[in-house]
Write a protein that binds this ligand. Structure first.
Ligand code: ATP
Ligand code: MG
Length: 438
C-alpha cells in the first residue's frame, strides 16, 4: 500500500480526551475514531490489526474443535425473560422497540440465544459434546466507557458456548478452551495469566480470567511472585487428549482476581504474593444448567432420562485486544506491534521522493516485496525524512526499510527493527530475504 494513497489520518498532537497510552496512540496513529461515547469507527490501519487478532482467535477456536456460527446483534426480549435476566441486567442493556412495539435488545452476551438454538435440535447425549462460537459486536451501556476501545459500549467479542451431558464432560470442554486461550494469547505475543475469577452475574462455580499485567488495567489481581519469571510457551495441544494436566500445570501457581482473592485463606504466604493491576482479555466459565434449566434445554441420557444441558461460556475481548496489546508494546515514539498482529509486516521509506533514482529504487523494492507476499506500507510521499520516521515509529510496523541517496550509492538500504531499534545496512536482496524469512 502506498502511503500517498492510504487513508491514515495521524494526529500530531496528543488528543486531550485520552488518559492512557493505548487510547492516545490508537487515536494518533489513525486507527480509530470516536463516534459517540464508547463507540468507535475502525479506520484502515486499526481494522487490519483487529482482523489479525480475529484471525488468530478464530484459528485457535477451530483448532480446539469449536464451530463458528453467527448470531444476531438484536435479540428478542422474550428469550431474556425466560432466563430471568431481562430484569436483572439493568441499565447496561440497550432496550429497543421495533415498529410493532415488540421489545428487542442489543445483545450484551448470547447465552440465551445459543440455548434457544440448541434446545430446538440437540435432544440426545449422542448429539454431545458441542462447542459453538461466534465473533460478534456486543453492546453494554457501561456507566463509564473509557480508555478507548478497552472499555467501550459497543465492542467485538468472541464468545463460545460448550454443551455437554454432565459435569465431567463440561470440564473437558472447559479444559479445551483453557488450552486454546493459552495458545491464542501467546500467538499474539501476550503473557495472559489465567487467574481464578468470579463468574459474576452470569453465575456458576468454575471460572478463570486471562489477565495481562498493566498499570492501565482496571482489575486488582494477586499472584504468586513466581509468575514474574514464568514464560508461557506456545504449547502443542492434541485436543483428543485428556487436557487436565495442562489445566493443572497452568493453574499450579496462585493467581486470583480481587473478587476471588481472600487474604485469610490465600494458600501462599504474604511474602510470596504480588498485587498488581491487570487487564482482562478473556474470561471462561462453567455455569452448569443456569440457562438450560429455566429455558428447558433438555437432552436424554443413555438411560433415557431427560436432563438439562451442562453449559459453559468463553469470552475474548477482540476489540479490547488492540488496546491491551499497545499497553504491553509501546515506547515514547509510538506503538511496537508484535509481528503476528502487525497491520503491515514492514514500512518502506523513500527518503527523497523527489529524486528520480531514489524513487525508481524504492518503487522497484516495493514491487519485489509485494511479489514476495510481504505486506508493506510504502511511504512514497514528498515529506521530510523526520516526518516520515516519526510516522513509521508511531504506527509501529515491525521493520522499516529506508531507501536513501547515500545507501543507493553504496548499493544498500537500511533496515531498522522497530522493537530493538537496531539499524543495519544491507543489499535489497538481503532485506528481502530477511523479511521473507519471518
Ligand atoms: P469487565 O469486567 O472488564 O467489565 P466482563 O467481565 O463484564 O468485563 P465478560 O462478560 O467476561 O466481561 O466478557 C468477555 C470479554 O469481553 C472480557 O474478558 C473483556 O475482554 C471483553 N469486554 C467486556 N466488556 C468490555 C467492554 N466494555 N469493552 C471492551 N471489551 C469488553
Ligand atoms: Mg469477565
Amino acid at each position: 500500500m502506498r502511503l500517498s494513497e492510504y487513508f491514515l489520518p495521524v494526529l500530531r498532537e496528543n488528543p486531550s480526551e485520552a488518559q492512557i497510552a493505548s487510547h492516545r496512540l490508537m487515536l494518533r496513529a489513525g486507527m480509530i475514531r470516536q463516534s459517540s461515547a464508547g463507540i468507535y469507527c475502525w479506520l484502515p490501519l486499526g481494522l487490519r490489526v483487529l482482523k489479525n487478532i480475529e484471525r488468530i482467535v478464530r484459528e485457535e477456536q477451530d483448532r480446539a474443535g469449536a464451530q463458528e456460527i453467527l448470531m444476531p446483534t438484536i435479540q428478542p426480549a422474550e428469550l431474556w425473560r425466560e432466563s430471568g435476566r431481562y430484569d436483572d441486567y439493568g441499565k447496561e442493556m440497550l432496550r429497543i422497540r421495533d415498529r410493532h412495539d415488540r421489545e428487542m435488545l442489543y445483545g450484551p452476551t448470547n447465552e440465551e440465544q445459543v440455548t434457544e438454538i440448541v434446545r430446538a435440535s440437540i435432544k440426545s447425549y449422542r448429539d454431545l459434546p458441542k462447542l459453538l462460537y461466534h465473533i460478534q459486536w456486543k453492546f453494554r451501556d457501561e456507566v463509564r466507557p473509557r480508555f478507548g476501545v478497552m472499555r467501550g459500549r459497543e465492542f467485538l467479542m468472541k464468545d463460545a458456548y460448550s454443551l455437554d451431558l454432565d459435569a465431567a464432560g463440561a470440564k473437558r470442554s472447559y479444559n479445551k478452551m483453557f488450552a486454546a486461550y493459552l495458545r491464542t494469547f501467546v500467538r499474539m505475543g501476550l503473557k495472559a495469566i489465567p487467574m481464578r475469577a468470579d463468574p459474576g452475574p452470569i453465575g456458576g462455580d468454575l471460572s478463570h480470567e486471562f489477565i495481562i499485567l498493566a498499570d492501565a488495567g482496571e482489575s486488582d489481581v494477586f499472584f504468586d511472585r513466581r509468575w514474574q519469571e514464568i514464560d508461557i510457551p506456545l504449547i502443542e495441544v492434541d485436543y483428543q487428549d485428556d487436557l487436565e494436566p495442562i489445566f493443572q500445570r497452568w493453574t499450579a501457581s496462585y493467581a486470583a482476581t480481587d473478587e476471588k482473592h481472600n487474604p485469610a485463606s490465600c494458600p501462599i504466604p504474604e511474602t510470596e504474593l504480588i498485587s498488581a493491576r491487570g487487564l482482562e482479555v478473556g474470561h471462561i466459565f462453567y455455569f452448569g444448567d443456569k440457562y438450560s434449566r429455566p429455558m428447558q434445554a433438555l437432552v436424554s441420557r443413555p438411560d433415557g432420562a431427560p436432563v438439562p444441558l451442562q453449559m459453559g461460556s468463553y469470552g475474548i475481548g477482540v476489540s479490547r485486544l488492540p488496546g491491551a496489546l499497545i499497553e504491553a508494546n509501546h515506547d515514547e515514539n509510538g506503538i511496537i506491534w508484535p509481528e503476528s498482529v502487525a497491520p503491515f509486516r514492514a514500512g518502506l521509506i523513500n527518503l527523497r521522493a523527489s529524486d528520480m533514482r531514489c524513487r525508481a529504487a524504492a518503487d522497484d523494492l516495493y514491487g519485489k516485496l509485494r511479489n514476495a507476499g510481504i505486506e508493506v506500507l510504502y511511504d512514497d510521499r514528498d515529506e521530510s525524512p523526520g516526518a516520515k520516521f516519526a510516522t513509521m515509529d508511531l504506527i509501529g510496523l515491525p521493520e522499516q526499510i529506508v531507501v536513501g541517496p547515500r545507501g543507493l550509492a553504496a548499493g544498500t538500504v537500511e533496515v531498522k527493527n522497530r522493537r530493538s531499534g537496531v539499524r543495519e545496512d544491507m543489499t535489497t536482496d538481503a532485506a528481502l530475504s530477511r523479511l521473507s524469512a519471518a
